[in-house]
Design a protein around this ligand. Structure first.
Ligand code: COA
Ligand code: MG
Length: 283
């Protein structure tokens, strides 16, 4: 299979049976089944069982199933990990990863399950490159709410206070070939605001956005999937470059802009993403 898309990654509280059921029919690329922040302390143990039953029942189709556990420094973390080993999801998401020792400590309990790291502490951001380089790490999810809390920043319109952390994680992820998913947009009824933030995340290089409500899915899918214009341009660039090459030239011109081999790499990646999305949709 081509590299799977991660345009939309919806958090679902492991305690909410209705939401667990609803997720089976949502056009989301990944599900972040949550045992951590979305579940209250008195529901933690029951949520673990509810989630295990939902995953056992299945029906989540081709969506990536990723389970977020509680931190190992909490009373639930170790039991969560043992339960996740049984659930055998597509990934286990570890909160508040500070360094690679936080990864090493879990590997014996969840052998063979790809590890995803919540990037949401100042120390974690500073260690992003080392964490991404860990051979068991498959992806990053930005935890912008926790990070804002620790940094003491206030959210700006364009997330200026967060740009250093976001950029550091994209840089680390791209260096080591791991997936990188942007943080949530809290105002889940503000579609225009979400669109703006998705566009910003897409421009920065994120693969997709983590989401809290089903109404956010289509917006993220559209923002992080190639647009019709991007696809048409990619096709024209590939054709023009092939023509130039056949004529013994290393550069083509499309729409008044030069097209070199490196642009063709991007154009091919755009078409590959379209194919991966079609494959996920069973087309
Ligand atoms: N995943 C799947 N389904 C969800 C969902 C989610 N994250 N959030 C809501 N739904 C479902 C509801 O169950 C409801 O289904 P129904 O129509 O079949 O009854 C439908 O979507 C509409 O929900 P709505 O009434 O608009 O929202 P709400 O008021 O019930 O819940 C939130 C709003 C924000 C509390 C809820 O979306 C939520 O818990 N989100 C996840 C929060 C989270 O995971 N936080 C941790 C990460 S930051
Ligand atoms: Mg968090």
């Amino acid at each position: 299979m081509t590299q799977r898309p991660y345009r939309s990654a919806l958090y679902i509280p492991g305690s909410k049976e209705r939401a667990l059921e609803k997720a089976r029919g949502l056009p989301v690329d990944a599900i972040l089944f949550d045992l951590e922040d979305a579940v209250t302390p008195d529901e933690k143990v029951a949520a673990r069982e509810t989630l295990a039953a939902a995953l056992k029942q299945g029906g989540y189709g081709p969506r990536a199933r990723i389970v977020r556990v509680n931190g190992l420094d909490t009373e639930w973390g170790a039991d969560d990990l043992r339960a996740v080993a049984e659930m055998a999801p597509d990934g286990v998401l570890i909160p508040k990863v500070n360094s690679i020792s936080d990864i090493g400590i879990i590997l014996d309990t969840v052998p063979g399950i790809p590890v995803w790291a919540m990037m949401e502490t100042p120390q974690g951001i500073l260690n992003a490159a080392a964490i991404a380089a860990h051979p068991s790490v498959a992806g990053f999810v930005m935890g912008t709410n926790d990070l804002a809390k620790d940094l003491g920043t206030r959210a700006g319109q364009r997330r200026e206070p967060m740009l250093y952390a976001l950029g550091a994680c994209v840089m680390a992820a791209r260096t080591h070939g791991v997936v990188v998913i942007d943080g949530v947009y809290n105002a889940f009824k503000d579609d225009a605001g979400l669109e703006g933030e998705c566009a910003q995340g897409r421009d920065m290089g994120f693969d997709g956005k983590s989401l809290i409500h089903p109404a956010q899915v289509e917006i993220a899918n559209a923002a992080f999937g190639p647009s019709e214009d991007e696809v048409a341009l990619a096709e024209r660039q590939i054709a023009a470059f092939a023509e130039a090459e056949a004529a013994g030239q290393g550069v083509a011109v499309v729409d008044g802009r030069i097209v070199e081999n490196l642009h063709i790499v991007t154009a091919r990646a755009t078409l590959a993403k379209v194919a991966a999305i079609a494959e996920l949709n069973g087309e």
